[in-house]
Design a protein around this ligand. Structure first.
Ligand code: NDP
Length: 328
């Protein structure tokens, strides 16, 4: 057995350390499929893990990285064989199971989704956990019954990873999209993705009234805290907000008023333990509904050596769209 390149997180006297180093193959954890990782991505959670800003990592040593695409090298799982192209996101990778910033990963075959027809492994990670979470949010809003005739959709953290893909998907479905951002300089970028209106995120960051003027039928929120409270208070009768993020905080200083007086619904979105069937649906829809031109518009590429520095930038809200990490 040999070694391979990986970003390794270790426990230190104070917090954790992260370094690009050689990792011993013998240290890989249990799993029935070994994958040659080709691409990974940088998500907000990866930023927390590589900088040690939040206790995301719960096993040491850890290989950081919550998602990857690549080619199966070895499998004792009947569903997979050497040469299959696969996607893996979540399931505790980079948290409790050795993760994606590595040339090799060993995981459970049940975690994997087959790379959709027509999608490259790079495209898959250009979408990554953030894009697939945006799709889960859109699917939840549609399951709730919302259609373009119900009214506009708001997207918060719009210039970020989840936000950018959510804007593109909702506009493609015919919704009037209101993009909320702290980076008004990114207005052109957001309009190219399909946003019809841009609002300054400060409009949504003051303490929320129990109910405010109805502005949208629904939305995708990657910000949390007072922003989510404001979104709820401004949602039209029987509308819904898909809550998937906490970029501004974990708290939710809201009231029950939107729920009991307007029948508004709060839809929780979790990508990490999402059942496999729903994942397959989400990836199939991403393959057919996300415009390739828009995907390349939102994507920047970095190498493994750049990940730790980029991790600090994503936490500072300085990353636009998506970052793919070239592994091989
Ligand atoms: P990004 O950093 O790419 O995007 C977050 C965006 O939120 C920023 O670009 C910025 O957008 C906005 N933002 C940042 N800080 C603040 C603030 N203090 N107040 C208001 N807005 C802020 O991260 P991702 O898109 O990868 O992830 C977004 C969130 O979703 C994270 O909290 C992440 O943990 C969560 N997430 C959850 C998942 C799940 O399974 N539920 C899966 C994936 C992500 P702008 O500059 O446009 O204002």
């Amino acid at each position: 057995m040999g070694t391979f390149k990986a970003i390794r997180i270790d426990k230190a006297e104070k917090g954790t350390t992260a370094a690009l180093t050689q990792f011993d193959e013998a240290e890989l954890m249990d799993g029935d499929v070994t994958v040659r990782v080709e691409w990974s991505t940088l998500n907000y959670k990866d930023g927390l893990a590589v900088t040690g800003k939040a206790p995301v990592v719960r096993r040491f040593p850890m290989i950081a990285g919550i998602d990857f695409s690549g080619t199966v090298e070895q499998s004792s799982n009947p569903a997979w064989k050497a040469g299959d192209k696969v996607i893996a996101t979540g399931w505790g990778m980079g948290e409790t199971h050795l993760g994606a910033y590595a040339e090799k990963a060993r995981v459970k075959g049940d975690w994997l989704v087959k790379l959709p027809e027509g999608m490259s492994t790079r495209d898959a990670m250009s979408i990554g956990t953030a894009g697939y979470t945006a799709m889960l949010s859109v699917m939840a809003l549609q399951k709730h019954g919302l259609t373009p005739s119900d009214g506009p959709m708001v997207v918060t953290g719009a210039a970020g990873g989840v936000g950018s893909v959510a804007v593109a998907l909702l506009s493609r479905l015919g919704f009037h999209v209101i993009a909320s951002t702290g980076r008004v300089a990114e207005a052109d970028y957001l309009k190219k993705l399909g946003a019809h209106e841009i609002i300054d995120r400060n409009e949504l960051s003051a303490p929320a009234k129990p109910l405010a003027k109805e502005r949208w039928a629904g939305g995708v929120d990657s910000v949390g805290s007072t922003t989510l409270a404001n979104l709820l208070s401004m949602t039209k009768y029987r509308g819904a907000i898909a809550a998937c993020g906490l970029a501004a905080g974990m708290d939710l200083p809201s009231s029950v008023a939107p729920f009991i007086l307007r029948g508004v619904c709060l839809l929780g979105i979790d990508s990490v333990m999402c059942p496999i069937e729903l994942r397959k649906q989400a990836w199939a829809r991403l393959a057919s509904e996300l415009d390739h031109r828009k995907l390349s518009e939102i994507t920047q590429e970095i190498g493994l050596t750049d990940v730790i520095e980029a991790g600090a930038k994503i936490l500072a809200g300085q990353v636009r769209g998506r970052i793919v990490v070239k592994i091989l």
